[in-house]
Structures are given as C-alpha cells and as structure tokens.
Write a protein that binds this ligand. Structure first.
Ligand code: SF4
Length: 195
C-alpha cells in the first residue's frame, strides 16, 4: 500500500530503480540478520544546544535511523548517490552528532554507519570521546572568533534552507527585515549537521 502511494508519480525507470535498490538492501542487510531490532527512531529531527562564551549554538539535523544495541547508540545514514566518497568533515560531524544525541537521549553515540544502497556497501566509523572534545574546542574557537571578528561574512548555500535568520540576512534576502530590537547582540548561532 505504501509502495503504491509513493511511486504513483514516478516513471517506470525510477520505479524499477527503486525496486532494485530495495531488493539489494534486503539481500545485503536484512537477510543476514538473525533478529530484526526495532530502531530507536526513524527519520527524526534532532536539535540540541551548546553554550560557549555566552553564545548559544543550536545543533539541528535529521537522521535516517537510530539503533540502540545493548545501550550503544548507532546512527544509520542511507545514501542513494553513486558516489561513495566520505566527506573530509566526517570527524566534525561525528562530534556534533555525539553532542546532540547525548543531550537528547542521555547516551553516547558509539558508531555511525553509512549504507550505500546502490552498491550494497557500508562504512562504519567508531565515535570516541575524542571526537566530542575536538568539536567542543572547534565550537569554542568559533565562539571566540564571532566575539572578536568585526566582519563575519555570511556564505549562501544549501544550508540557508534550514536557517531561521534568513529573513534578516542581507546575503540571502533582497529586502531583509530589520533585526528585532536588541537583536544585534550575538546570542545564538545555528549549526547544521549533515554527513
Ligand atoms: S540565510 Fe543564514 S545560512 Fe544563509 S547566508 Fe544568511 S545567515 Fe548564512
């Protein structure tokens, strides 16, 4: 029933492609399992806050699947791209997820697994407290820079879609709204998590 509703507007080629991907996932990742565990969460938004130097950093993201295996959190990220290259920023992202998930679930993230659906390959990264320490020091540096740099230029990109500052942003909006009263004081910065 779900399949029928989801593919209603797709071409035959897209439907065949999707079916082949699902079949591949089932063969490679479901068949070998003895027991299928219920995930802790599927396709959920995750938000957390970290404070440095009186600036509040809002961490926002969305994950595909979160498992809790014997008290160990594992994030699963499904990739449909043909490209299996892992971004250089993966260590930073792991630290950010670590911070965010610890705040939301009061448990530490132990592993991130990327599943490449087209090739049936997967890559896992163990998360250590060191990832958290590195990202904390990175955010602390950022906080110091934001406090001291008089010129901090906005950089437009895909991340703007998730930015709640958009209506005030001179780089993104032709006629930005004036900042709310007292809003010139830097109090909150948003960081988006995406692997
Ligand atoms: S809309 Fe937000 S994320 Fe995009 S450039 Fe402006 S401040 Fe940066």
């Amino acid at each position: 029933m779900c399949w029928g509703a989801s593919v209603a507007k797709l071409s035959k080629a897209q439907i065949d492609d999707g079916r082949a991907i699902l079949q591949c996932y089932f063969n490679d990742f479901v068949v070998p399992l003895d027991v299928m565990q219920q995930p802790l969460g599927v396709e959920r938004r995750i938000s957390a806050k970290v404070q440095f130097e009186t600036i509040e950093f809002a961490l926002n993201s969305r994950y595909d699947r979160l498992d809790n295996t014997n008290g160990n959190l594992e994030l699963i990220d499904y990739k449909t791209t043909k490209n299996t290259t892992v971004p250089d920023s993966v260590d930073v992202q792991l630290g950010l997820y670590y911070l965010a998930l610890q705040q939301v679930y009061q448990q530490s993230l132990k592993r991130l697994t990327l599943i490449f659906l087209r090739s049936g390959k997967s890559l896992s990264f163990d998360v250590t407290p060191d990832h958290q320490e590195r990202v904390r020091s990175l955010i602390a540096d950022l906080a110091t820079k934001l406090r001291t740099d008089s010129e901090w230029k906005p950089k437009v990109g895909g991340h703007c879609d998730r930015c709640t500052y958009q209506k005030y942003c001179t780089a993104k909006t032709c006629e930005p709204e004036p900042l709310p009263k007292g809003g010139r004081e830097l109090k909150q910065v948003q960081l988006s998590l995406a692997v």
